[in-house]
Design a protein around this ligand. Structure first.
Ligand code: AMP
Length: 414
């Protein structure tokens, strides 16, 4: 019977069959992070609103429109985290990680919240996994970060993935470029969409993302930051590309690439998968050399990325089959209940997946249930203390040694 309550708009329940696919992604990511030395970190699901205003940027859509903010009983403004980088930088400073050997390499996984208009691949509570490499400006860190996401998507078998790469230059270069871009936009103000026009001063880069035809025409002739990169910025970008080339990671330089968060400097990247349709980005990130200083810390260069678990699942479009059970302990008589429970516990301790009937079924019902859950073998405990071992695939049944039931079940496994 349907309840009158439903999961809130833009959210979803992860049912067991969907949880298995997620677990596979999480395991693969954890192994990749561990092998490269990115240790797990977890931060709270909510933070001071100001952290995101300062970190993500007041001009971004995320801060302007998409934050789930609320006041707590002490009248503090808190926000459900819309992203993971600002909180991790906050933790990095709060726990004095800037005094550790640098860089500090961290990985994370968890729920994030944005009040966006829900559609396929876009939710109000979604899950990201990601990494941050904090405390180095080496292009090696950029290339390593990109390669780790590329490896993860490759290992998971995500089809049709493309990597887009760009660079925003250092903070100063970016500032100078933004003035140039604003001048171009102002010169063509009449051709721009109202939304872009209103934001010329606060976020001119987003004009590259517009789907308005007039705006796109204006952007076709707009100066790009990649073309204007110079000096150390140009060298940094060239080195990142050379490292990716040497590692055989394919990419396309996209001079119009922008990201929805203000903190990026120099390298930015985006992994897209065309099969995903409108929300085609699976994951992305970049360098954020100014963020930690912005949050009150020392100048600290860093790079990181996040990938959306739901987007990966959509791109994979596969359902994991339920794992089979090794064993089911059935009873032919009520008197055997305690013995069955003890035996199941022992089998589990020996590493087997073993279940017992919890619903008071008769023996026939128990065998049917064992079959339903994919049990490979069933032990039937008889009233007289004897036991039968039934192979569910072949249907063969034989007497088992009652004094040695665990061995009977664990033996002959290979
Ligand atoms: P961002 O933090 O905006 O750079 O996004 C990083 C990744 O998170 C994206 O590439 C998506 O895979 C995923 N993502 C971002 N927003 C959402 C959303 N509202 N719903 C589902 N996934 C999202």
């Amino acid at each position: 019977m349907a309840s009158k309550y439903q999961a809130p708009r833009g959210t979803f329940d992860v049912l067991p069959e969907a949880a298995r696919g997620r677990a596979r992604i999480e395991r693969a990511a954890a192994a990749i992070f561990a092998r490269a030395g990115y240790e797990p970190i977890a931060t709270p699901a909510f933070e001071d609103t100001e952290l995101f205003e300062r970190g993500v940027g007041r001009s971004t859509d995320i801060v302007r429109k998409e934050m789930f903010s609320f006041e707590d009983k002490g009248e503090r403004s808190l926000t459900l985290r819309p992203e993971g980088t600002a909180p991790i930088c906050r933790a990095y400073l709060e726990h004095g990680m800037h005094k550790l050997a640098q860089p500090v390499k961290l990985s994370y996984l968890g729920p994030f919240f944005r009040h966006e208009r829900p559609q396929a691949g876009r939710y109000r509570q979604f899950h990201q996994l990601g990494l941050e490499c904090i405390g180095t400006d080496s292009p090696l860190a950029d290339a390593e970060a990109i390669m780790l996401l590329s490896d993860l998507l490759g290992e998971l078998g995500v089809p049709g993935v493309q990597l887009r790469l760009g660079s925003l230059g250092s903070l100063d270069a970016r500032r100078a470029y933004l003035e140039e871009l604003k001048a171009h936009l102002r010169a063509h103000e009449g051709e721009l969409s109202a939304d872009v026009r209103e934001r010329i001063d606060i976020n001119p880069l987003r004009a590259f993302d517009s789907d308005d035809e007039g705006t796109q025409g204006v952007m076709g002739s707009a100066p790009t930051i990649v073309a204007s990169l110079a000096g150390a910025d140009a060298e940094h970008f060239a080195e990142v590309r050379a490292l990716l080339d040497a590692a055989g990671v394919g990419y396309e330089v996209d001079p119009t690439l922008v990201r929805g968060l203000d903190y990026y400097t120099r390298t930015i990247f985006s992994f897209v998968c065309d099969a995903l349709g409108a929300q085609s980005e699976i994951g992305g990130g970049g360098r954020y050399d100014g963020l930690i200083e912005q949050l009150g810390g020392p100048p600290t260069p860093a790079v990181g990325w996040a990938a959306g678990i739901e987007r990966i699942l959509l791109a994979l479009d596969e359902v994991e089959a339920a794992p089979g059970r090794d064993a089911f302990v059935a009873i032919a008589d009520e008197s055997q209940r305690q013995r069955a429970m003890a035996l199941a516990v022992e089998l589990r301790r020996a590493g087997l997946a073993a279940e017992i009937d919890l619903a008071g079924r008769g023996l026939k019902g128990q065998l049917k249930h064992a079959n339903r859950i994919g049990a490979r073998r069933v032990l039937i405990l008889e009233a007289d203390g004897s036991a039968q071992l039934r192979d569910m695939e072949s249907g063969e049944q034989r007497a088992a040694d009652p004094g040695n039931l665990v061995d009977e079940m664990t033996g002959g496994e290979s």
